[in-house]
Design a protein around this ligand. Structure first.
Ligand code: 26Q
Length: 848
């Protein structure tokens, strides 16, 4: 049906221009309380958001109704982070109303792009892990896999990054300040969560041994739901995020004894639990509030799952695992294993062994890191003070588990110590990854190399005990957001070339390959890249005040700033190029723009120095007329999903240069490849699989392999020898050290330089020469425009595997045992989870 034919559609649900226009005006008036002439940009944004939401909710509720007739396993994705990105444009795309909305807005003289840009994205995640959760929620909705995402409704998400004098400055992210039209508060869905206190053992009136937890305090978690709409499908999936609220009775007690301010303080303390997202910072480890957050959301989520399950007639907690598959996104929600045991055994009176079977069948665990220092542990003292009952449960799980290990490996005390849930070396602590392994039926890594290394290193003893539990699930990204939405021009060309439907069957991108031979196709391909580069150039002018030329090679390095990701290796190569140009101003180099973006954890000093270094180099290079017609450097501040959508499509070259064996997978690498960038990278994480698929000849490989890194380290690695033996390397390091980029200050970058020359934990010096030479190869290939374009086309054509739909199908098949929609999806059979008692009224007063 054409938009113009939908003249008399219902205003709230119709997909045509007229219905959208009318609903927008209604929402402006009746939700925002404004008439059109005085409406601000925010009023208009809110009104349009409600207009899109109306359509979303209609379809969501329809699907929810149909779910009542359908019984299927529901996936519960437990994650401390969901980095959703802006909703408005994504929901318009999934509903297929983008053109109609544009027409409706332009009929009112409103610039739709300005409204889209106005949205403050929910930054409820740090980076890869949080964004993966968002991609997976989108794919589950698209594949009609019933799913609930459980997490925390942080009032302040990841900090906003400003760059001042080249340094990162953090600002609180006040994303909720103008309201959030995409969420629905569910004040009637709330649960008490206990903290602290002590436990008491007793025998109940039927003589059963039981344990009672007498908490010190209690907090209430209130649900906020965000519908997750699948691409052109109906479904009723949602994100359920918990908001912490003080429990009334507690402050009343204090109030009665006259301590009003004490009561208010207790209230404030309770409500801090969901205040702020922790950056992935070593400094955050061991923080009681972080542990409280983890327990808070996990407890609410499990209580909610049980409540929903018990609503169905004849159901008991003994069949919880038949109703749900719960996935642990890293160890942040691993307390769910102890909490499930507590709820099943203490509250629902299931015998331990039966409860353990249910728990193990329920959970799967995804690991996202190999860095030993990033594996979560909690000091026993802290853990026991906050969660006394859970510590007992962890001890009991451990006791039974270690007995099993002793039975299987008699006399092997070293093995017992290695697998124990309790680390007894130094300050005793609970090892969350061990808890996650023991309590899950499936354990996976996020790229083939990562899974193999997990089995050989940090989780090796578990692999030896339960090899059958391990499997690989290579990450994927949603092509709807990162290709269709981010790169509309390329998407149009793809559709014109291979027809509709490719974004839900991404392997079909392979059909593009044949067109690489067509001159006309390659010309159009290049024109699109060029336009995307111009779009980014415009952003760089507006936000960084730097002019960049869309004709140049765009070399892009965006991701969290971390030593293992080696943005400073890129910096060394840039300085080398700078020195070459200074020495020979006539040097024939391919002009390049180096674009960086990413946040450093606020407490991570070295990462902050790297940001300062990049900005210092940028300032010097961009101002130097000897070189700035051949190279420029831009640091794009506050990298986030919204900016990412602008950046990936503009890249010619994708920097994926982590030390081999350190990056679990990477997902930016996939987003770049899908947008036609070529990768310069090491054999790390999913780079390995990207190269396997796009072909070695279409990938710029350099650097030590993981095995070589290992051997080099074992053989007594000395970075100084490399420094002394490579004149270009020495010159680059010396130039930074002498203060050339920072007004002669020789101290500023000393910590960075010292760390490279003394330890070089991430082996930059070992990979420097190979990297610089590889960049020269990039130049050579780039000069051959037609060849480069063919390589770019092949990268896209061969990257269909990296769709999050493929990843979700694998999780469904191997771990969750739920059926996704068939490949040629029949759009009438929506299945979805639903909260059947959402209509229950709250008690009148004081009843809770
Ligand atoms: C832990 C304790 C205390 C405070 C914060 C944290 C914390 C928070 C977030 C620790 C880690 C994270 C995030 C990790 C992350 O994003 N990992 C990335 O996950 C991606 C998806 O699998 C991979 O592609 C990346 O390789 C991996 O680095």
């Amino acid at each position: 049906m054409r938009a113009s034919e939908r003249m008399s559609e219902p205003v709230r649900t119709g997909l045509g221009v007229e219905a959208i226009r009318q609903d927008f005006l209604d929402n402006l008036r009746y939700v925002q309380g404004r008439f059109a002439r005085v409406a601000t940009l925010n009023d208009q944004y809110q009104a349009l958001a409600y207009t899109v939401r109306d359509r979303l909710l209609e379809r969501w509720l329809r699907a929810a109704e149909s779910f009542l007739r359908n019984v299927s396993r529901t996936v519960c994705y437990l994650s401390a982070e969901f980095l959703l990105g802006p909703h408005l444009a994504a929901n318009m795309l999934s509903l297929g109303i983008h053109d109609a909305v544009r027409e409706a807005m332009s009929s009112l003289d409103i610039d739709l792009d300005a409204l889209i840009e106005h949205e403050e994205e929910p930054g409820l995640g740090n980076g890869g892990l949080g964004r993966l959760a968002a991609c997976y929620m989108e794919s589950m909705a698209t594949l009609k896999v019933p799913a609930i995402g459980y997490g925390i409704r942080y009032e302040f998400g990841i900090f906003d990054q400003e760059i001042r004098d080249g340094w990162q400055v953090e600002r609180t992210d006040k994303w909720l300040r103008y309201g959030n039209p995409w969420e629905i508060a569910r004040p009637t869905i709330s649960f008490g969560v206990k903290f602290g206190g002590r436990t008491e053992a007793y025998n109940d009136d039927q003589g059963r041994y039981r344990v009672r937890w007498v908490p010190e305090r209690e907090v209430r978690g209130v649900a906020y739901d965000t519908p997750i709409h699948g691409y052109r499908t109906e479904g009723a999936n949602f994100l359920r995020l918990w908001h912490a609220q003080a429990v009334e009775s507690f402050d009343f007690q204090a109030f009665n004894v006259g301590d009003y301010y004490g009561a208010v303080e207790a209230k404030v303390r309770s409500e801090t639990i969901s205040k702020v997202l922790y950056p992935n910072d070593q400094a955050a480890a061991g923080k009681a509030l972080r542990l409280s957050q983890q327990y808070f959301f996990v407890s609410c989520s499990l209580q909610d799952m049980i409540r929903i399950h018990l609503q169905a007639p004849g159901k008991s907690v003994a069949s919880l695992h038949e109703k749900y598959a719960a996935q642990l996104n890293d160890t942040h929600p691993a307390l769910a294993i102890a909490e499930a045991m507590r709820l099943l055994v203490d509250e629902h009176l299931l015998p331990w062994d039966e409860a353990w079977q249910v728990t193990q069948a329920l959970f799967g665990y995804t690991n996202h890191t190999l860095l030993p220092e990033a594996l979560e542990t909690w000091p026993l003292g802290l853990f026991g003070r906050l969660l006394p009952r859970h510590l007992e449960i962890v001890f009991e799980i451990n006791h039974r588990f270690l007995n099993e290990v002793r039975r299987r490996f008699p006399g092997d005390a070293a093995r017992v110590a290695r697998v124990s849930l309790i680390d007894e070396t130094g300050e005793k602590s609970v090892r969350m990854a061990h808890l996650a392994c023991v309590g899950s039926h499936a354990i996976n890594g996020v790229a083939a190399l990562h899974t193999r290394l997990l089995q050989q290193s940090v989780l090796q003893p578990f692999y030896e005990i339960w090899p059958e539990r391990f499997g690989n699930k290579t990450n994927g990204v949603t092509p709807r957001r990162f290709l269709q939405l981010a790169n509309p021009a390329l998407s149009t060309l793809i559709t014109q070339t291979i027809g509709e439907g490719w974004s839900t069957q991404l392997d079909r991108l392979a059909e593009l390959e044949a067109h690489a031979a067509s001159d006309e196709f390659r010309t159009r391909w290049r024109a699109i890249k060029q336009a995307n580069k111009a779009r980014l150039a415009h952003h760089a002018r507006a936000h960084c005040g730097i002019e960049i030329d869309p004709d140049w090679l765009f070399d892009i390095h965006v991701k969290r700033i971390h030593e293992y990701k080696r943005q400073h290796l890129n910096a060394l190569a840039i300085v080398t190029r700078y020195l070459r140009l200074k020495a020979d101003p006539g040097l024939d180099l391919v002009p390049r723009v180096y674009v960086f973006g990413g946040k450093a954890a606020p407490g991570y000093f070295m990462a902050k120095c790297i940001i300062k270094l990049l900005n210092s180099i940028a300032q010097t290079v961009n101002a130097d007329v000897d070189v700035n017609a051949r190279m420029r450097v831009v640091f794009v501040p506050n990298f986030r999903v919204q900016v990412a959508e602008l950046i990936y499509p503009a890249a010619d070259l994708s920097e994926q240069i982590s030390t081999a064996g350190k990056e679990a997978s990477g997902t930016g690498n996939m987003k770049f490849a899908l947008n036609g960038a070529l990768t310069i990278g090491t054999l790390d994480g999913a780079n390995v699989e990207i190269r396997d698929r796009v072909g070695a000849e279409n990938f710029f490989l350099f650097g030590q392999t993981e095995t070589e890194v290992h051997a080099l380290r074992a053989g007594g690695y000395d970075p100084r020898v490399l420094y002394e033996s490579d004149p270009e390397l020495k010159a680059a390091i010396d130039l930074i050290a002498c203060g050339h980029f920072c007004g002669g200050d020789r101290d500023l970058f000393r910590p960075l330089i010292d760390s490279l020359l003394e330890r070089d934990d991430y082996m930059l010096l070992a990979d420097y020469r190979a990297y610089v030479d590889c960049q020269d190869r990039v130049d050579q290939v780039y000069r051959d425009t037609e060849r480069w374009t063919r390589m770019s086309i092949r990268n896209v054509a061969r990257s269909g595997y990296f769709s999050s739909d493929r990843a979700i199908r694998e999780y469904c098949r191997d771990i969750w045992h739920v059926a996704p929609a068939p490949l040629d999806a029949d759009e009438t059979t929506a299945k979805a989870p639903i909260d059947t008692d959402a209509g229950t009224d709250p008690p009148r007063s004081g009843a809770r």
